[in-house]
Design a protein around this ligand. Structure first.
Ligand code: HEC
Length: 149
């Protein structure tokens, strides 16, 4: 068995015995995957806004829907006992200030909902609605994510 597999197995076993899990079996892994998907979905929007990629309203909408789905699930992936392990970048502040974290998540979710409702059809329109969405990414990361580089 590889080192990584062994490590995640140990983490999973430890979690099973120490905490009531409300999400899946491996919230650390799930939230990493979810945010990685969010990061990938953000890229084409960023490139369109910089003129590095042709504008495509359908691609923008697909990314916004990815954010929407992630926002709906993300909050459940931080149960007690999942503070550390698997190289998580989640900051202790998530557990110390859960209300603040939930608020940062709601701010993001609201901005995403507004962007979807606006259904942007041009670069300018996208810029207007994506601004608050990306500000909310940064707002949450500033307080609740520790970047490992
Ligand atoms: C409510 C808080 C919050 C919001 C909003 C948020 N993030 Fe995150 N993000 C996190 C946390 C916490 C982590 C670390 C998760 C972990 O490692 O357990 C993270 C991790 C990431 C990662 C690293 C994924 C990996 O490889 O582990 C990327 C990329 C990312 N976020 C992009 C984004 C983008 C882009 C947005 C907005 C479109 C966004 N995030 C919005 C909290 C947030």
């Amino acid at each position: 068995m590889s080192y990584l597999k062994t490590r995640s197995l140990i983490a999973t076993v430890a979690l099973t015995f120490t905490s009531p899990l409300i999400a899946g079996d491996d919230p650390l892994h799930e939230r990493h995957e979810l945010m990685e998907g969010v990061g990938d979905a953000a890229k084409p929007i960023g490139q369109m806004l910089k003129g590095e990629q042709d504008f495509d309203a359908a691609v923008v909408m697909t990314s916004l829907k990815t954010f929407d789905e992630a926002a709906a699930q993300f909050g459940e992936l931080f149960p007690p006992g999942s503070e550390t392990g698997e190289g998580t970048e989640a900051a202790p502040a998530i557990w110390e200030d859960r209300a603040g974290f939930d608020k940062a998540l709601a701010t993001w979710s609201d901005a995403v909902d507004a962007a979807i409702a606006a259904n942007p059809q041009t670069v300018e329109e996208t810029k207007t609605v994506a601004g608050p969405v990306f500000n909310a990414c940064k707002g949450c990361h500033d307080d609740y994510r520790i970047e490992d580089e």
